[in-house]
Each structure stands twice: as C-alpha cells, then as structure tokens.
Design a protein around this ligand. Sequence first.
Ligand code: SAM
Length: 284
Amino acid sequence: MDSRTTPDAEPEPWSEADFAPIVIFLREKIGITLEPHRMGLLQARLRSRLQQKGFPSFTKFNERVLKTDPNGPGMQLLIDLSTVNHTAFFREPAHFTFLTERLGPAVRDLSNGPVRIWSAGCSTGQEPFSMAMVLSEMIPNLSPQRVEIWASDLSLEVLKAAARAIYNARDVQVISPSRLRRFFLRGRGPRDGSYRVVPEIRDLVRFRHLDLRQPNWPLPTDFHAILCRNVSIYFADDERILLLERLAQHVRPGGWLVLGNGEILPVVPSSLRKYSPSIYRKEA
Ligand SMILES: C[S@@+](CC[C@H](N)C(=O)[O-])C[C@H]1O[C@@H](n2cnc3c(N)ncnc32)[C@H](O)[C@@H]1O
C-alpha cells in the first residue's frame, strides 16, 4: 500500500488549516490584519522559528501559547514576526521642519520645563532620532532638561534594535555627510559599515514597550507633539477613531498630532483642528 494513502498517516503539522487560527487571533486580539501576500511569508517564517524552538506544529503553538500564555515570549515572537516595521531617517521630512519651527522657542525657554514629544509606533528608532537631530541642530547643547523624546512600539524586537541605535550603510544613505559626521559614530574593524547614533542624541530618547490598543498608557498627558505616523493604517476604522481620541488626550492644549502623509481620518476627534492634511492641533 502506498504510504501516502495510509489512513492513519500523521496529519501535515504545518498546514494552512492549522495556521488559520493564528491569523484569526492576530486579527481579533492584536488587531493585525495580514494582507494575502504577507500571510504566506509569516507562515513560513513562523514555522521556521517554531521548529527551531522545538514546536512540532502550529496546533501545539496554538495550545501552548495562544490559549495558555498570551503574554509570554511565544506571543512576542508572533507579534515581532507579524508587524510591518518599515521606517527611515527623515521620512516625510516636512514634519520635522514643521515641528522644529513650532517647538524650537519652547525648547529654548527652560522656564516651563522640558518640551515633550512622543513617537508612537517608533519601529527601529529612525523617527525619534531624526527628531532629536533636527532639534539639536537648532539648539546647541540640547539636554533631556530641555527636551524629552518618548518612543514606543508594540514589537520588542524593533525596540531592542532602536535602543542599540546601530544602523547599516543603506539605512544612513539618506543622511547628509555633515549630519553623518556629527550624529553618528562609524564602526571600525569587525563593525566596519555600521553607524551608531552618538550618545548625545541617544540620551534624548526614552524607549517604552507599549501596545496602543491597551487601555492604560503610563505616559505623560502633556505632550507638545505626538507623531503617530504609518501606524493606524493597520487598525480597523472604529479602532483608529478610538486611538486618535486617546492620543488627543495625551496632547497638551495648543500641541500637535502628526499622522503619516496620506492617512485619512474617518472622523476628526472633537478636541483637534485640522492644520494640514496630516497635522492636527489641539484646541488651546
Ligand atoms: C510602518 S512602522 C512606522 C514607523 C514610523 N512611525 C514611521 O512612520 O516611519 C509601524 C510601527 O507601528 C508598530 N505598531 C503596530 N501596531 C501597534 C500597536 N498596537 N501598538 C504600538 N505599536 C504598534 C509596528 O510594530 C511598527 O513598528
């Protein structure tokens, strides 16, 4: 008898059908909806990582992680593999110019305490570090007494990379030679080809692990500006509205909320006024 047709043959342990509950879990519990082309990629990457960790099948992963340990390391692995982390230094550069011009005077003036900026969904750190660099160019000897840049993400893997602040030649190719000299340390020997953000810039940024869907954000509620760019595009409309309302509550009156270019809001929270297609101001 052909072994492939043996009735009691082991079922294929990494099948599409066994992967389906993971896709549903991601959508319903984490809010990540996978586009069809990313589904196959995630299935292959997850399978390979789970095999390395000794899991025999997706079903066992479902039983041991999704059902019984949803806050453990297995869950974090799933989140790290399924989030879209594309970012770049000085991405959508007009936002940095705008914020520097608007916030520069308050950063110079120490009498009202530090200016607070939050990069919500910071990925591997290029966004908060770009903000720190443009402010440093405007204000010499910038210190955390003058500006606090908070940066958060759902994925621990990208946050660890952000805190290391080491980038490769492709990451920094958009950076001008003068900024590269001033804000990066070039790797030598075995680290040749890598670039690390200088401590003066790193010290301005504080990283936090935070899920924007969770109800409590242990963060200040008086940010001068929040950048939440290219994050809510993965949220369902009702979740985006809720997210923007909650972000607005963390902006001080007169402060700014900056979204990614081309992110269209289904509804503008009542406390915000549209300033430009991607920039909103909280009523003073
Ligand atoms: C496409 S990146 C954008 C990075 C940066 N803001 C930019 O515009 O270049 C989106 C980031 O949002 C993060 N993210 C997605 N859902 C999140 C959530 N619920 N809470 C916090 N971060 C989230 C992802 O992990 C990813 O790093």
